[in-house]
Design a protein around this ligand. Structure first.
Ligand code: IFM
Length: 437
């Protein structure tokens, strides 16, 4: 790799990320069913109808995974806790086995010199709450606060950092507007409610953890750098609409106490009652902001009702996901977030990485170049004054890529999904060398 640890400030953190449903093996340890299980059981939703039942068997193999992280020289591990493992019905009686598991997991992180960076919700809603309307239900923020209390009562004393929600846009938009993710709805009223309730849940969780005396609490958003796909004025407007919905709506709610006009032009008639009164809760101060960045998007005008956009393919090299590789967008996004929303607040890159098909020669050259180019972009942003304090690679392991099943390989470590054998890839070794210098 072109970079090494000493190119960054001494306290800059290098971490790797995963999430509970994608790796743990949801079938183990008394976890309750989630809306991803029902989504997967419905034909046509998921490639080969695969589920997170066995994941990477991290539930049993976490010590091996943490030993690999420690050997590579990582400083932190970004993981998530599963609501349905902690509270199988979403509310009510906790699952003692689930709490014991997270207790052991956190102790194992610490004993491998990994700072625990927790996320409380990375997409697997307990099915019992989905039955009640899930993210559409006005009480979900209170249910989420109760779950936050239960899990943080058990592990909150050992956290380096906590963020309540991973990628609000994916939860609300992919789950309720396009229907690509669980619960698979295509309904604008459900979308408007989910977009707002997910931020209320963020706020109630932050307040719950503050009341417990916890610190280093943040928020994690996902970003795509948006290019207009042609030169027309209508496309310029569509691209701006997409940018506002994807990149600004949630940040604006948390840091400015308002939603962008271009987005409310479509969503306002569908918003929950008195939504304007919730911004004090949504804007409860946080200690840092996390950015997940992978790619750019080219948006054009499309005839039809709001949002009237479509995306078109671009010319740049693509990952196994078909996502264009555009590191410049990471630098611009970091600068935009600082300039428009967070100013002096510490920023972290909480996810960045690429999927690449299994490479029997084990050269993994594209992933190594992706890492180098995005770390260069991060350094450029830092040189321009962005207070970036850490970089988190997605993902430690090949894992369950949601509706795309197990074939999209994002890991630094190859996983054989029959034997669960782990094999570090060339990118893992390159990163380990870079982190040792
Ligand atoms: O695998 C996902 C992860 O769950 C959330 N962020 C994007 C990753 C790659 O698609």
């Amino acid at each position: 790799m072109r970079f090494c640890r000493s190119d960054f400030p001494p306290d800059f953190m290098f971490a790797a990320a995963t999430s509970s449903y994608q790796i743990e093996g949801h079938a183990y340890g008394g976890a309750g069913p989630t809306h991803w299980d029902s989504f997967a059981a419905t034909p046509g939703n998921i490639v080969r109808s695969e589920t997170g039942a066995f994941g990477c068997d991290h539930y049993h193999r976490y010590a091996q995974d943490f030993a690999l992280m420690q050997a590579a020289g990582f400083d932190g591990y970004r993981f998530s806790t599963s609501w349905a493992r902690v509270l199988p019905e979403g509310r009510g009686t906790p699952n003692a086995e689930g709490l014991d598991f997270y207790d052991r997991l956190v102790d194992a992180m610490l004993s491998h010199d990994l700072r625990p960076m927790a996320t409380l919700y990375h997409w697997e809603l307990p099915a019992a709450l989905a039955d009640l309307g899930g993210w559409r239900h006005p009480d979900i923020a209170n249910w989420f606060a109760d779950y936050t209390q239960v899990i943080m009562d058990r592990i909150g004393d050992r956290m380096f950092s906590v963020a309540p929600i991973n990628e609000p846009w994916c939860i609300a938009w992919l789950g309720h507007f396009t229907g690509d993710h669980a619960p698979g709805l295509r309904d604008i009223r459900a979308t408007a409610r989910a977009m707002h309730h997910v931020l209320k849940a963020h706020g109630t969780a932050i307040q719950t953890m503050r009341a417990m005396g916890m610190s280093n609490l943040g928020a994690v958003f996902n970003f795509e750098y948006v290019h207009p796909g042609d030169k027309s004025a209508k496309t310029a407007q569509a691209a701006r609409r997409y940018d506002q919905a994807y990149n600004h709506f949630f940040l604006s709610g948390v840091f400015k106490g308002t939603y962008p006009a271009e987005v409310m032009a479509g969503l306002e008639p569908h918003m929950p009652k008195d939504w304007q009164d919730d911004f004090a809760l949504i804007g409860t101060p946080v200690d840092w902001c996390g950015l997940n960045y992978y790619t750019c998007r080219r948006v054009v005008h499309a005839e039809g009702p709001w949002p009237a956009w479509a995306d078109v393919p671009g010319p740049l090299p693509k990952t196994q996901m078909g996502w264009e590789i555009y590191p410049e967008g990471l630098c611009d996004t970091l600068r935009m977030v600082q300039r428009e929303y967070t100013q002096d607040l510490p920023l972290y890159i909480t996810e960045n990485g690429m999927a690449a098909a299994h490479d029997p020669q084990r050269e993994d050259a594209a992933r190594i170049a992706y890492l180098d180019d995005h770390l260069d972009a991060a350094r450029q942003a830092m040189a321009m004054g962005v207070p970036l304090q850490g970089y988190t690679f997605w993902s430690l392991l090949d894992n369950y890529e949601w509706a795309l099943g197990y074939e999209k390989r994002f890991g630094l470590i190859h996983v054989d999904f029959d034997s669960f054998e782990r094999t570090p890839k060339a990118s893992y070794h390159a990163l380990a060398r870079a982190l040792s210098r």
